[in-house]
Design a protein around this ligand. Structure first.
Ligand SMILES: [Zn+2]
Length: 409
């Protein structure tokens, strides 16, 4: 029986806790008021942009047209039209808060969701709506001025801080990426990226009975029933809001830590995104239906799905250790050979069964960590640490350049 004060002795536990402290927690120089400044600034500016999008004539016309074509009523979203989602709001963001995710609710739809699941027109509508939204974002100003946030001037901030929108707008479906700049003092400029995902909120009067037709993981159906929140995003349903609630309030503190460490050892600080840029955009499918030049990486979202499953399946009795959970999740993840078989919460929209190019690297990681678990001698982080994330190892093998790699220490 381990008691609460017992120190972990095996190398795996020591190592994973070191990774958490060094790579997942915010840097110590990031003051609380700085995080608060960035958060408030981003929320203020994104809301201003969202207000302009929702008031835009072309956007409104598009929504009206779709509603008429489908014979449905899409109501205006009401005051809460920007939903705070993603790792920052789930409390699982590693390191500096330089990425924020928001869902932009364009309208609300009431009806039988199972019926709308196959509504091709709805899907096309969401695909089409990107163009007018991007247009509004690109020219977005506030009262004719640049979109800038400076906070309250009376606060005792020694260096001048400001946050502004630099009008970089890129589509990265299902999101629209917006770039902001956080400036502290005269020289320090930090890009802050925002993912804005357009969506339609769905109210299903028979949600309790219908949820299993769109959510395929029974225990999570129960969570969605509790929040009652469903969105239609891009080409599928999304339970984003329930996921935020789950990650914040349902998932244990230990499992949150497990998730953050896994994100880091698999993807470093954004290595998955860097790797994705190098991977071929077109699928090349063999006769047996397997995509040989896979474009698949293990995204944070997929790791999150595994953690949600793990929450219900965890067999680790020692609640102070994260090693057994990390090994269990990694082994579970290794069971999936391609994207088609991956246990997403809702219908997977992938057409090709992309195989996981990173699987051999992931298996190697699981083996390495397993071997660490057996060690009890003198522990040295520098000697035993893995130099690269799973994504970075793959990139190195294929000679993909990541540019100035300051990320995976
Ligand atoms: Zn666990």
């Amino acid at each position: 029986m381990g008691n609460r004060l017992s120190k972990p002795t095996n190398h795996l536990e020591l190592y994973l806790n070191d990774v958490f402290k060094r790579e997942c927690l915010f840097e110590t120089h990031v003051a609380d008021n700085e995080v608060e400044f960035i958060q408030t600034g981003i929320e203020t500016l994104v809301q201003r942009i969202a207000d302009q999008v929702l008031a835009d004539h072309d956007v409104k016309e598009k929504i009206k047209m779709v509603a008429e074509e489908l014979g449905i009523v899409i109501e205006t979203p009401g005051p809460t039209n920007v939903l705070k989602v993603g790792s920052f709001y789930e409390g699982t963001k590693n390191k500096f808060p330089d990425e924020f995710d928001f869902t932009l609710v364009l309208g609300c739809l009431t009806g039988d969701m199972a019926q709308h699941a196959s509504d091709v027109y709805m899907i096309c509508f969401l695909a089409d709506i990107y163009i007018p939204i991007e247009e509004v974002c690109k020219y977005s100003k506030y009262n004719g001025q640049t979109l800038v946030y400076t906070g309250s001037k009376c606060e005792a901030i020694s260096e001048e801080q400001k946050l502004f929108f630099d009008w970089t707008v890129e589509r990265n479906a299902p999101a629209i990426n917006l770039k902001f700049i956080y400036q502290r003092g005269l020289e320090e400029m930090q890009p802050i990226l925002v993912d804005l995902v357009p969506a339609v909120r769905c109210f299903d009067p028979h949600l309790i009975e219908n949820i299993h037709t769109i959510c395929f993981f029974e225990p999570f159906c129960e969570e969605v029933r509790k929040t009652g929140n469903i969105l239609f995003v891009s080409n599928k349903f999304s339970f984003t809001e329930t996921e935020v609630y789950f990650m914040k309030h349902v998932l244990s503190k230990n499992h949150k830590k497990v998730y953050r460490v896994l994100k880091y050892i698999i993807n470093g600080h954004g290595d998955d995104e860097k790797l994705r840029i190098h991977l071929p955009t077109k699928a090349v499918v063999r006769d047996d239906g397997i995509d040989v030049y896979s474009t698949e990486v293990y995204s944070s979202y997929m790791i999150k799905i595994m953690i949600i499953h793990h929450h219900y399946l965890c067999s680790n009795d020692n609640k102070t250790e994260i090693g057994p959970c990390i090994l269990q999740v990694l082994n579970d993840l290794c069971k999936y050979k391609n994207i088609k078989t991956f246990p997403f919460l809702t219908t997977s929209t992938k057409i090709f069964p992309h195989k996981f190019r990173l699987l051999p690297y992931l298996e190697h990681l699981a083996e390495y960590l397993q071997s660490m678990r057996a060690q009890n001698g003198v522990y040295d982080y520098e000697k035993e640490r893995l130099n690269n994330s799973v994504s970075k190892q793959c990139a190195d093998d294929f000679n993909f350049e990541f540019g100035d790699s300051d990320d995976y220490m």
